[in-house]
Design a protein around this ligand. Sequence first.
Ligand code: V1D
Ligand code: CA
Length: 465
Amino acid sequence: MRSKDKIAYFYDGDVGSVYFGPNHPMKPHRLCMTHHLVLSYDLHKKMEIYRPHKAYPSELAQFHSEDYVEFLHRIRPDTQNSFRTELARFNLGEDCPVFENLFEFCQIYTGGTIDAARRLNNQLCDVAINWAGGLHHAKKCEASGFCYINDLVLGILELLKHHARVLYIDIDVHHGDGVEEAFYFTDSGTHSTGRVMTVSFHKFGDLFFPGTGDVKEIGEREGKFYAINVPLKDGIDDTSFTRLFKTIISKVIEIYQPSAIVLQCGADSLAGDRLGCFNLSIDGHAECVKFVKKFNLPLLVTGGGGYTKENVARCWTVETGVLLDTELPNKIPQNEYLEYFAPDYSLKIPSRLIENFNSKSYLSTIKVQVMENLRHIQHAPSVQMQEVGTLLSIFSKSSVQYKSLLVWFHPTFISPTLTKMSRTQMNECISIHKTRKSRGMMSTTTETMTTITRLDHEAHSDGIQ
Ligand code: V1D
Ligand code: CA
């Protein structure tokens, strides 16, 4: 069956040629292997392929601190010995080494995720894929766990320019701590509460990296109940994982009503991964992608971890097929990297005969705790009502705050010199809002529209021309 959805796929051949070092498990070459496998199945004929722009330092600084971005820009392998203090401060070293073309690598994978978000925002595609992205551990001021720039946070911030609520889902075996942290306490400059919800499924315990992601971590202050963690033990299999995933994600979507989804598909949750400890088959992993796709919301899909290279390429190729509604024959067609898939040259890998340490009662306890936390969102003033509240607070007083409203409605109008919203600009905001609502891009209630109309009058009588 041919997909009716429009799929945009981002890839730059340069991203696969960087090298983290001989003993480092992260092998960007897996991205080349994935791309060639995708081509060998002719999947490029069913989607639009783009080479992403290299994200500018100013774009990276929308989340990261300027001094960190500047340091990443200027540090070189041959000069790093003179910057020991900075290397320690920015957590560069064994997990996150300085290598040749590091900054360009960051610019490419981040450019892919930002471009993907922009195409979704402009409704130029339904699904956007960037297998080079998904580096979920990077923090505002430091690298962490093989991740330097957090392309996911930047992609979400981009989506928030057009979407009221963005749901982030992470199936990498590691906790998506960097994305969670960015939205954990406050609104991260998003002008209202709860515009991002993060959900991570991961191994937790036994000092497994990064050590965070307990079910009790639920967000704090403004962010309380908007972080969901699903801590799991070794050996989880397809049946337990997909059942839990579907139960939790369907409830999250029902209650939170996101208008866009970002799905991080780290392939280190597959059986036999060099760093992972789960027991998922490619079909089990891909089942999660298929499930999320069925909600028919704008979807940004990224890669992430994955350290058994040939399985990473297999997994992300199958998932590209899933997003295109295309089932792929198990026999891998001729391609440049065919020998990596020896001896059987098949696409699917089976799960293994290893123990599943996640008992039924353990999984049930986790599920109940997550569901209980979700009830707080349901029983809080509804997300739509919070939108009303935000609009009221933004519109109420200073002219500087009118700028915030403009950003919320009309991202292209962001201007550092803008202090007041003109009558024309405000009309434009209102019409954009109405268009978005009519296209179903915002779940705006009648109350919101009434509020806007009233605020329109108030702003008029406030002397805004
Ligand atoms: F085994 C190694 C060899 C060389 C360099 C690093 C590693 C290694 C393996 N596992 N490093 C790790 C993890 N780091 C630690 C450190 C010990 N320190 C106290 C911390 O355990 C990091 C694992 C990172 C996983 C990254 C990811 O898969 O989640 C990912 N997602 O998107 C991109 C990467
Ligand atoms: Ca995860």
